[in-house]
Write a protein that binds this ligand. Structure first.
Ligand SMILES: Nc1nc2c(ncn2[C@@H]2O[C@H](COP(=O)(O)OP(=O)(O)OP(=O)(O)O)[C@@H](O)[C@H]2O)c(=O)[nH]1
Ligand SMILES: [Mg+2]
Length: 169
């Protein structure tokens, strides 16, 4: 007889500085039209939202605005998240906003994965990112491209495994 396993819901939030590629990341990863795409003139001013069916979980995937003017949205969107994805714009390098955002995410005490995005344009060495952001060894750093779908599934699977590990402890 087939067992009907109930899936848990996971809330995952994508953070990153202006133009890091957050909206493109959630669009390309999901391969779907977003349920909410909160932008005007290609700048996110509220948030993006899409739901994914991922093996053992339903994922509610959100992306935050990067623009400073809309940073008041960050705590609202972060509320109740089980994990985070932090996108760095590799063409810019580590910015003061990146440092602030990593501190912000750290405070939530949830697992997160760092993605050095736009790897199709510029390759940012992971060791440099770890040093500049003072990341501990247990934070994965993965080179991604949101436009050519490079490593997006790897980022999501790595994060889900980290969340599952914590839940099983
Ligand atoms: N080459 C390249 N371009 C990218 C990549 N990801 C995003 N872009 C481009 O970068 C620009 C900004 O992408 P968005 O996805 O809107 O960035 P965002 O982080 O959501 O921007 P805000 O929400 O306004 O902070 C767009 O022109 C994208 O096509 C990538 O991995 N490689
Ligand atoms: Mg956006």
């Amino acid at each position: 007889m087939e067992t009907n396993k109930t899936k848990s819901m996971l809330k995952i939030v994508v953070f990153g500085a202006l133009d890091a590629g957050k909206t493109t990341f959630v669009e390309t990863l999901s391969g779907k039209e977003l349920l909410i795409k909160g932008e005007y003139g290609r700048i996110t001013n509220s948030f993006d939202f899409v739901q994914l069916d991922h093996e053992d979980y339903f994922i509610q995937l959100f992306a935050t605005p990067g623009h400073r003017r809309f940073s008041f949205m960050w705590p609202t969107i972060a509320t109740g998240m089980h994990g985070a994805i932090f996108l760095i714009d590799s063409t810019v390098g580590i910015s003061p906003v990146d440092k602030e955002l990593i501190e912000f995410i750290d405070n939530y005490k949830v697992p997160y994965v760092v993605a050095t995005n736009k790897d199709d344009l510029v390759h940012l060495p992971p060791e440099l990112v770890r040093e500049e952001l003072k990341l501990s060894d247990d934070v994965p750093i993965i080179n991604t491209s949101s436009v050519i779908k490079q490593n997006l599934d790897t980022v999501m699977n790595t994060l889900i495994n980290k969340i599952t590990d914590i839940n099983n402890k």
